[in-house]
Design a protein around this ligand. Structure first.
Ligand SMILES: Nc1ncnc2c1ncn2[C@@H]1O[C@H](COP(=O)(O)OP(=O)(O)OP(=O)(O)O)[C@@H](O)[C@H]1O
Ligand SMILES: [Mg+2]
Length: 342
């Protein structure tokens, strides 16, 4: 059995090439503080965020694309793998996507978490390579293909050619940073304190990279910063656009830098093929238009952008020999770079 796993800052997605996407849930786990037993995972655990009593800890184990809480990431993966493999005896071969900028130690922590969660063999696939494969791009061609994968914790941009990344850059400013910016905006402009979950819901409902016409509106519910009492403010898409302008600009600057350092031959290919946008944040209204406007290159959103990475990781297993970071239970060998051996 083969599986592609995308354990992200926001969501965990598992793809089985034989059955399609078999799991797509928030990457959140709730455990008991005293003995660490798992109380809830995924959607159920996300609903507990910010609402738990002292005896329960609800957290996102991956932060900005990197495992921040190793034991909890392992427990979350184990729980997810058990759910999708419950009626199978053989341990799965797993391809996991990882953010490109992670260190060897961080790579190993991903591998170990997946192995101890029950995988037989683990292959690491760079996130933008997986995103490109999942978006249906043939990454084996000697053609420059630009992918921008915008998630919860990171935005990655690469120019791929011949299965490798010719140019790559990443910033740890993405969907969650926009949620934080929305929280700061409401506090400063409306004296209202809102939760991260409320901020994310506002971004999804009325967030936009370019002003919407006609304007969209949605209520923001929170606590008054002065009186401490519950209060509601009607928010508009124009305000949301202003609230997220800084993280958006950081993202545009990063994509522009990647284009500036792309070799001319590949840049020519990108003009022909355009930029492919993947990741959950690709669904932000107006983002492809804004990206196209600021780069002068056409930009399109992949089908099913939020699941592309897991789908591509699962499909990448057929090219597994092309990826260097492989762990095989049969011989206990890490084939990462030289400073990580076991
Ligand atoms: N319709 C939407 N409009 C705007 N943003 C959205 C929408 N749907 C999801 N998002 C945002 O996309 C982000 C999650 O994207 P994704 O699932 O690709 O992240 P991830 O893979 O978990 O994170 P990372 O790759 O950074 O570790 C979240 O910030 C979420 O709020
Ligand atoms: Mg991701």
């Amino acid at each position: 059995m083969n599986l592609g796993i995308d354990l992200g800052t926001s969501r965990v997605v598992i793809y089985d090439p034989a059955a399609g996407v078999v799991l797509d849930e928030p990457a959140v786990i709730a455990v008991a503080r005293d003995d660490g037993h798992v109380i809830a995972c995924g959607t159920e655990a996300e609903e507990m965020l910010g609402r738990t009593p002292d005896s329960i800890l609800a957290v996102r184990p991956v932060q900005k694309g990197v495992i921040a809480e190793y034991e909890l990431a392992e427990k979350l993966l184990r729980h997810c793998l058990q759910r999708v493999c419950s009626n199978r005896i053989a341990k799965p071969c797993v391809a996991v996507s990882v953010a490109e900028k992670v260190t060897d130690v961080e790579q190993r922590s991903f591998i170990e978490a997946v192995v101890s969660a029950g995988a037989r063999r683990v292959t690491l696939v760079p996130e933008t390579v997986a995103a490109a494969i999942g978006a249906g791009i043939d990454v084996s061609l000697p053609l420059g293909q630009m992918i921008v994968n915008a998630g919860g914790g990171t935005v990655d941009a690469s120019v791929l050619s011949l299965r490798g990344e010719a140019v790559f850059s990443s910033i740890r400013v993405a969907g969650s940073a926009m949620d934080d910016a929305i929280i700061r905006y409401l506090r400063a402009r409306h004296g209202l304190i809102i939760s991260e979950t409320t901020a994310e819901r506002l971004k999804i409902r009325i967030g936009c990279a370019l002003p919407e016409d006609p304007e969209l509106t949605a209520p923001a519910k929170g606590r008054d910063a002065l009186t401490g009492l519950p209060r509601m403010v009607q928010m508009t898409s124009t305000e949301l656009c202003e609230a997220i302008s800084e993280p958006l600009q950081d993202m545009l600057d990063m994509v522009q830098r990647v284009l500036e350092i792309t070799p001319p031959e590949l840049a020519g290919d990108i003009i022909n093929n355009g930029i492919c946008l993947t990741g959950g944040l690709a669904q932000l209204r107006g983002l492809p238009e804004l990206l196209a406007r600021s780069t002068g290159v056409a930009c399109h959103v992949a089908d099913n952008p939020a699941q592309c990475v897991a789908i591509g990781a699962g499909k990448a297993l057929q090219y597994a020999s092309a990826f260097s970071a492989v762990y095989d239970l049969g011989n206990y060998t890490y084939r990462l770079s030289d400073n990580v051996t076991n």
